[in-house]
Design a protein around this ligand. Structure first.
Ligand code: ARG
Length: 424
């Protein structure tokens, strides 16, 4: 769904740059800067991936600040279906910690920018990423995959302005900015989570102040009684919450709310960026934390031992590819095809208890459960032949017997040689 805020005027020089626009300080200034520096008209595109921003209001400001058109695209359903779902199937956590919320949305946003560029015959695409982060890579890899002929403008990498210079530039050119005070932290958010970095968080030894959190309530307010929820999955996809069927974006929103109240999903991660630097990022990912935990628990119940032991190797590669912006690649597609094939029986319900920052799975059930009470029970109804274990261990243990026998023989040989030497 696309909401057009303004009618496109015909571009003066015929050259257009399509800018990925968040409405923040950087991209607000970028409209004017790109227009002047490159002598082009600028169209902004804002993609709604579930951030709690008023994108319409931002689009109005973009027009005021010189864009010839400001496009707003609602991509929440697409984000959930085509990006979050594959990530759930992959139990995707970068370096075992970060649910990749920012990383997953970038290829979608960049693909939308490329789409608008094609529609308007734009020569340039532009983004407001710095030259030190992962996001520039994610945008530009996606642009390359969509249309290698697109030329890229990355103003922040070029203009060498610090925050004060940017504020001066905005004042000089009467650029309208958001009313809210600029924060000392840099944040990014979508349905799958919220990222916070900068300010005093740049020192990894500093404890994150409570004020950085917006999706999880203040520690003092975490309820004293546990909350419980039940998530239903169909073929690996969350489809119901506490028994009611729900579309995924709404389900995620609801889980975010309840888990957030209980302080779940705070992640403090010193992570390894693709560009080679370490950075300290804090995250709030209440729903992602709960859903991934529930999904993995259900997999334990329904997947074979072999798949359960092998799949994490593939999951780690999937997470690395997503983090590094390699969404539209042959390998990511092939991995997703494998992951899809593992999800056929990941259908069932998972009970979770949420309490003071911690989510705990307290029960799993599935019509495809591979759990066999007849075999696992220590009570009545046991059909497992315990005597058979002896032969199993004997055969599986042959290599150990072989090694031990070899060591004994070698020891005997050494002893023999020594004795012969002494006799001589
Ligand atoms: N470190 C995360 C990533 O590379 C988040 C980046 C955006 N963070 C931010 N606070 N603006 O995926």
């Amino acid at each position: 769904m696309r909401t057009k805020v303004h009618c496109l005027e015909s571009s003066k020089e015929g050259k257009i740059a399509v800018l990925a626009y968040s409405g923040g300080l950087d991209t607000s200034i970028a409209i004017r800067w790109i227009k002047e520096k490159y002598s082009v008209d600028v169209i902004t595109v804002s993609v709604d991936v579930g951030q709690k921003e008023d994108l319409k209001e931002g689009a109005e400001r973009a027009l005021h600040n010189g864009a010839i058109d400001a496009v707003v695209i609602d991509a929440k359903d697409e984000f959930a279906r085509d990006y979050i779902v594959p990530a759930i199937k992959a139990n995707a956590l970068y370096e075992g910690r970060y649910p990749l919320s920012t990383a997953l949305a970038r290829p979608l946003i960049a693909a939308k920018i490329a789409e608008v560029a094609r529609k308007y015959g734009a020569v340039y695409v532009a983004h407001g990423c710095t030259g030190k982060g992962n996001d520039q890579v994610r945008f530009e890899f996606t642009f390359a995959a969509m249309d290698p002929s697109l030329k890229i403008i990355a103003p922040i990498r070029e203009w060498n302005m610090n925050r004060e210079d940017e504020m001066d530039y905005a004042a000089r050119h009467s650029i309208q900015l958001k009313k809210s005070q600029p924060s000392r932290f840099s944040t990014d958010e979508n349905l799958w989570g919220r990222s916070i970095e900068g300010g005093e968080l740049e020192d990894p030894s500093v404890e994150p102040p409570e004020e950085i959190y917006e999706w999880t309530s203040h520690q003092d307010l975490w309820p004293d009684t546990p909350a419980k929820m039940k998530i239903g999955f169909a073929e690996g996809v969350p489809v119901s919450l506490n028994g009611s069927r729900m579309k995924l974006p709404l389900l995620i929103k609801e889980v975010n709310a309840v888990a957030g109240i209980n302080g779940i999903g705070r992640i403090d991660h010193v992570e390894d960026r693709f560009v080679g630097i370490k950075s300290r990022e804090n995250y709030e990912c209440p729903a992602a934390t709960v859903i991934l935990q529930a999904h993995r628990a259900l997999e334990s119940l329904v997947l074979s031992r072999e798949v359960n032991l092998f799949k994490p190797l593939v999951e780690a590669k999937f997470s690395e590819l997503v983090y590094n912006g390699m969404w539209f690649t042959e390998l990511r597609n092939a991995i997703s095809a494998f992951l899809d094939s593992t999800q056929e029986h990941v259908t069932g319900e998972v009970k979770i208890t949420l309490f003071k920052g911690k989510a705990t799975v307290t029960g799993t059930a599935s019509e495809y459960s591979k759990y066999e009470s007849r075999l696992s029970t220590y009570g009545r109804g046991d059909t497992f032949d315990q005597k058979a274990a002896e032969g199993f261990i004997y055969i599986a243990g042959l290599p150990m017997r072989g090694t031990a026998a070899g060591e004994l023989e070698k020891a005997d040989d050494r002893k023999g040689t020594l004795e012969r030497k002494i006799q001589r």
